[in-house]
Design a protein around this ligand. Structure first.
Ligand SMILES: [Zn+2]
Length: 371
């Protein structure tokens, strides 16, 4: 989902005297998605000007995008008392409540936003989405753990408890792999298959997704199994990757790392290569798998994991993490990759080429198949 930033564009820019930087500089960083750089700058400006409502609003926005919902809510409510009722602020407060699973509070905020801006289509669409989501979640059960809340249907406590236990394992295991242990609870919703489709419009091959909440279709499952455990690890890896790299990570690396974190193998992918198939050009799924057939999607996942494994083996986990950190501070992938993942002529394509040379083909298959 994209978020309205436009309202922040017209804010007057008080100078942040100490560094000569202004609120507008912070807002420019927000527009570029450089939240990690924007946060300290806007925080410093807000500390100097605690009574400036526009600065408070920008601070609330960047805190929300950084996943610090509690502080974001506090700051935005303070902004309401400083600058008065603003539709945009109620819209952000609605999002904070929704991220924490509090639909009644979220809808209350949305209604306040709509009273101030009744024609705002983006807010109307958001209200419709929240209402749909709430209708489904209302009839479900909830289990609360230390780092996750699991909402589920059917299966009694067994499904909720075992999912929570697996997620807490993932919190520890993947936390040490990605060096990140979020303080914010992650919301996880286990849907019946029909509700999942109705709500997300996800394609048939989708085993789950992360859009700020982890959503997984479990279709009548009553307890844990290996497949669900893998999906939980996969989706929680997306939570950590998003927290580190924001939206700047290429799809193949995002999916490659999630599969790596879930312990997936490339056996099936390599088998396909031995029957004469070749990897797809990565440019065919730069941002999404839309336009690929189900069989191509499976190939795309396989090659994403294969290339990711190759890079991890060659450069080490720490370097891959470094790439994610750089993406998170706003660097684009070609530059980050050229700096860290490209010993072959300072060009990431060289690394992809080197990976391709390790792949089995219909002639070289046998030795690589059992890798
Ligand atoms: Zn994924």
């Amino acid at each position: 989902m994209r978020f309205p930033l436009i309202f922040l564009l017209f804010i007057s820019s008080p100078a942040w005297a100490a560094q000569g930087q202004t609120l507008q500089d912070g807002i420019d960083l927000l527009h570029q998605g450089k939240f990690k750089e924007a946060l300290p700058l806007i925080t410093a400006i807000a500390e100097e000007r605690p009574q400036d409502g526009n600065t408070q609003m920008a601070l609330g926005y960047v805190l929300l995008r950084s996943g610090d919902y509690q502080r974001a809510g506090k700051v935005l409510r303070a902004a309401l008392t400083t600058i008065g009722e603003r539709s945009e602020i109620h819209r952000l407060l609605a999002e904070i409540a929704a991220q924490q699973g509090d639909f009644p509070a979220a809808l209350e905020e949305i209604d306040k936003a709509l009273r101030l801006a009744p024609q705002d289509n983006e807010v109307l669409a958001y209200k419709e989405k929240l209402t749909k989501e709430w209708q489904i979640e209302e009839k479900m059960d909830k289990n609360y753990g230390g780092n996750f809340t699991v909402t589920f249907e059917g299966g009694g406590d067994e499904l909720g408890n075992s999912a929570l236990a697996a997620l807490e394992d993932a919190y520890v295991d993947l936390g040490s792999r990605f060096q990140l242990w979020p303080r914010q609870k992650t919301e996880v919703i286990l849907y019946g298959n029909r509700d999942f489709k109705h709500l997300t419009n996800a394609p048939d091959w989708s085993g789950g997704l992360y859009d700020g909440k982890i959503r997984i279709p479990v279709g009548g499952l009553s307890g844990m199994n290996e497949n669900l455990r893998r999906i939980l690890y996969h989706e929680y890896a997306h939570v950590l990757i998003r927290a580190l790299a924001r939206d700047h990570v290429p799809l193949w690396l995002n999916e490659g790392l999630a599969q790596w974190a879930a312990g997936e193998t490339t056996v099936h992918f390599e088998q396909r290569l031995t029957t004469g198939e070749t990897p797809l050009p990565f440019s065919r799924f730069e941002k999404s798998f839309a336009g690929l057939s189900a069989s191509e999607v499976s190939l795309a996942y396989g090659q994403s994991l294969s290339l990711t494994n190759f890079l991890i083996e060659y450069f080490g986990e720490a370097q891959i993490l470094e790439v994610l950190h750089r993406l998170g501070s706003g660097m684009n992938f070609p530059i980050a990759a050229a700096e860290i993942l490209a010993p072959w002529g300072n060009n990431f394509d060289g690394s992809v080429q080197a990976w391709q040379e390790t792949l089995p083909t219909s002639e070289t298959a046998p030795p690589l198949l059992n890798r």
